[in-house]
Design a protein around this ligand. Structure first.
Ligand code: HEC
Ligand code: HEC
Length: 355
């Protein structure tokens, strides 16, 4: 039922993109079949919500369902610098061997290009490492959205037994024995060095990892910032309905969706672990099984392999998988070329990183 409803809404959103939002109610009428009657009121209600989201989008940004990144950030530079040091500091792990940057390489897309990361004692993770670039704009953190903010997220890897396998008292004891670190915290935070201020500075640093790309310049009116193939790809991205899930400033990162709206991705792939259950692991609700945070597509060209399971090596194939399982369409090769060119125009350079 929930899947059916989602399919209905996604299809509506996709078609609304093609025909224009004005025809939404007409579309609803056209598509109504007797077994769907029970869903009608909810579906219409959700369509109205969707419509208002579109309208809010319209007023906020001329006409696009995606928005450019800011070109200037208002962050505290001292906190950003301190957070940067901690991000690269292996003392955050039990045996001083692993830093945040071990898995989130800022010179390589903010992830590590592996299917699964290697943490402390060579242990292998269970989900693909997402990029930290632009993560400050995501509505929740982690594939299953279990952390509400970057501040809350930071404690995750520090305590994770296969990532850094440490805890706040260990980390703070090590940092407290470093006079320079203690002084730096005292300068910036009235409360000095605490778990909260460590997490706060790391979060502030990550909020500086914003990556304006050629596509942002195009959105701001620079017609020659991207190729004509990329422009066609953006039109297709909207027409196929990718934009019903990947939208906003991060071209994703602002909602949860099921992986496998059309067809059973997990049965077709085979194998797997409980990490595939996604949001279900957080809420225990059956309707959340296989539901994930829709990832941002910024810098996606340089963050292979793809999906929470790291199962797909090329962007072209990831787009085909998405079209098949999320939209129920097979995309012709020429359209794939254009979609990939559009996604490549989303690769940018972090603003806040001192090169
Ligand atoms: C051993 C590898 C490893 C280390 C070390 C590591 N991470 Fe991660 N990071 C991951 C993985 C894997 C995930 C995804 C986990 C999940 O979603 O369940 C992740 C997720 C994240 C996310 C969420 C991104 C998103 O799109 O949801 C942020 C932010 C992040 N890490 C920052 C950090 C910070 C800060 C540190 C250091 C304190 C750190 N990571 C250390 C592997 C690592
Ligand atoms: C119904 C919602 C929905 C639609 C429509 C959709 N996606 Fe996705 N997309 C997702 C979700 C959810 C994921 C994460 C899946 C996972 O790994 O568990 C994802 C992941 C991706 C990824 C992998 C990102 C990464 O970092 O691993 C790419 C690339 C992508 N989508 C592109 C597209 C394109 C192109 C289209 C249109 C052809 C599209 N998506 C349509 C929801 C959607």
């Amino acid at each position: 039922m929930a899947a059916g409803l989602l399919r209905f809404i996604v299809a509506n959103a996709a078609e609304a993109q093609i025909f224009g939002v004005k025809n939404m109610s007409q579309l609803n009428k056209m598509r109504l079949q007797p077994p769907m009657k029970a869903m009608v009121s909810r579906a219409v209600l959700l369509s109205i919500v969707l419509l208002s989201v579109c309208l809010v989008g319209l007023t906020a940004n001329a006409k696009e369902p995606v928005a450019p990144l800011p070109e200037v950030l208002s962050l505290d530079p001292a906190k950003v610098r301190l957070g940067r040091e901690l991000f690269f500091d292996p003392r955050l792990s039990r045996d001083n061997s692993v830093s945040c940057a071990s898995c989130h390489d800022l010179t390589a897309g903010g992830d590590d290009r592996r299917r699964y990361s290697i943490g402390i004692d060579g242990q292998v993770g269970v989900v693909n490492t997402p990029t930290v670039l632009n993560s400050g704009y995501d509505f929740r953190q982690f594939w299953d959205g279990r952390a509400a903010s970057l501040e809350e997220q930071a404690a995750g890897p520090i305590h994770n037994p296969i990532e850094m396998d440490s805890n706040w008292s260990q980390v703070l004891a090590k940092l407290e024995s470093d006079a320079a670190v203690v002084a730096a915290f005292k300068d910036i935070y009235p409360g000095g060095l605490t778990a909260e201020t460590v997490a706060d500075s790391i979060a502030e640093f990550q909020r500086s990892l914003v990556t304006p790309a050629p596509f942002d310049r195009y959105l701001r009116g620079d017609e020659v910032a991207v190729s004509s193939l990329a422009k066609r790809g953006f039109q297709l991205f909207k027409r196929y309905g990718c934009v019903s899930c990947h939208q906003g400033r991060n071209i994703g990162g602002n909602m949860y969706q099921r992986f496998g709206v059309f067809g059973d991705y997990f049965a077709d792939r085979g194998g797997g672990s409980s990490a595939d259950y996604g949001r279900f692991n957080v809420t225990g609700r059956e309707s959340d099984r296989y539901v994930f945070k829709v990832p941002s597509l910024r810098n996606v060209d340089i963050t292979s392999p793809y999906f929470h399971d790291g199962s797909v090596a090329t962007l072209r194939r990831a787009v085909r998988v998405m079209a098949r399982y999320q939209l129920g369409v097979e995309v012709p090769s020429a359209d794939l070329d254009a979609l990939v060119a559009f996604l490549q125009s989303l690769t940018g350079t972090p603003l806040g990183v001192e090169q």
